[in-house]
Design a protein around this ligand. Structure first.
Ligand SMILES: NC(=O)C1=CN([C@@H]2O[C@H](COP(=O)(O)OP(=O)(O)OC[C@H]3O[C@@H](n4cnc5c(N)ncnc54)[C@H](OP(=O)(O)O)[C@@H]3O)[C@@H](O)[C@H]2O)C=CC1
Ligand SMILES: CC(C)(CO)C(=O)C(=O)O
Length: 298
């Protein structure tokens, strides 16, 4: 079955990036942003810009939405419970849910509510999206990496692959998506939290000094947790992530640092919070993450 209709939950950095891109390529009305009714009343009519152009994809309240072929979940994980309620009316028997949320829990939480059948595992990476003051700016569109979870129906990933190819959305189907997901989580534990705690940048966490020590230390603790859970994340992956950050625009900042500047709740629970929970389960010492969580939440 082809993907002909798309609902995007989250009209922020990634939602606008992917939603407006798809809206410009699909039939009129085929792509919609869907919001819970309270958020729609407050923000549904907001005029937002994407690289200087007015965002055009229509916005509808959840109470008026219908089942779609694809739900693109692009909210901060702090809002996931409400987003799951918002999605109730969008789910049909063959709806696919593509979560571009960071962290290792969003797909599981979607599957707990709707079942695994339509849920692949995915990460979004490589974009330099900044959403501030009602405007999304980006130069790098980044890419989506995806693959099946154990319970994902066999048709989901091939259909998504064909759709993303037809829409010219950079993506790749991973042989080992679990490894990609946990490696990205390790990176976010390090770079997102360190930049949020210190007001840092990709440049400052990569330069020798305290930020770099915290960045690497936090990742190493995440790595130990991931391995204790049976995910094959290695020191080589850690090194590759550190090198990746050192290669980015030095004054760039991750999404969590943008949350701090925008006065929004951060995803610290998804990053350091998950480290603390897993460390407790496996008897690991994780002082750097304990400090980061306290500093970011405090
Ligand atoms: N930004 C980036 O470069 C990257 C982000 N990610 C990840 O992608 C996810 C999305 O991040 P990002 O796009 O930056 O987040 P943003 O904060 O920019 O956007 C999230 C949007 O979702 C909206 N929202 C929250 N709850 C709901 C709901 N129930 N219904 C409808 N809309 C809702 C928010 O509205 P409101 O403002 O009203 O709360 C906001 O507009 C996160 O998990 C992030 O970690 C991954 C890779 C890169
Ligand atoms: C990898 C990174 C730091 C940038 O895309 C990210 O995932 C984020 O900003 O949340």
């Amino acid at each position: 079955m082809a993907i002909d209709t798309v609902a995007v939950i989250g009209r922020g950095a990634l939602g606008l990036l992917f939603g407006e891109w798809l809206g410009a390529r699909m039939a009129p009305g085929a792509v919609q942003f869907v919001m819970d009714d309270a958020r729609f009343a407050e923000k549904g009519a907001q005029r937002l810009l994407v690289n200087g152009e007015l965002a055009r994809v229509p916005v509808v309240p959840a109470s008026q939405a219908h089942p779609v072929d694809l739900v693109l979940l692009a909210i901060k994980t702090t809002g996931l419970e409400l987003a799951l309620d918002t999605m109730e009316g969008l789910m049909g028997p063959r709806t696919t849910v593509l979560s571009v949320c960071n962290g290792v829990t969003s797909e599981e939480r979607v599957a707990e509510r709707f079942g695994w059948q339509g849920v692949p595992l995915a990460v979004a990476q490589g974009m330099d999206a900044v959403f501030m003051g009602g405007e999304l700016t980006y130069r790098q569109r980044g890419e989506i990496r995806l693959g099946p979870a154990t319970g994902t129906a066999p048709w989901v990933v091939p259909e998504l692959d064909a759709f993303l190819t037809a829409m010219d959305v950079p993506h790749a189907v991973e042989e080992d998506i679990d490894h990609r997901l946990w490696t990205k989580w390790m990176l976010n534990v390090g770079v997102n939290q360190t930049c949020a705690a210190f007001g840092g940048t990709y440049g400052s966490v990569s330069a020798p000094g305290e930020q770099n020590r915290v960045f690497v230390g936090a990742m190493r603790e995440a790595l130990a947790c991931a391995r204790a859970e049976g995910h094959d994340v290695t020191e080589r992956d850690l090194m590759a992530m550190a090198q990746l950050m050192a290669s980015l625009t030095p004054d760039g900042i991750p999404s969590m640092a943008q949350d701090r500047l925008n006065g929004k709740r951060t995803e610290v629970e998804e990053f350091g919070g998950t480290v603390l929970r897993l460390a407790e389960r496996h008897g690991l010492l994780v002082p750097t993450n304990a400090w980061l969580v306290e500093r970011i939440e405090g």
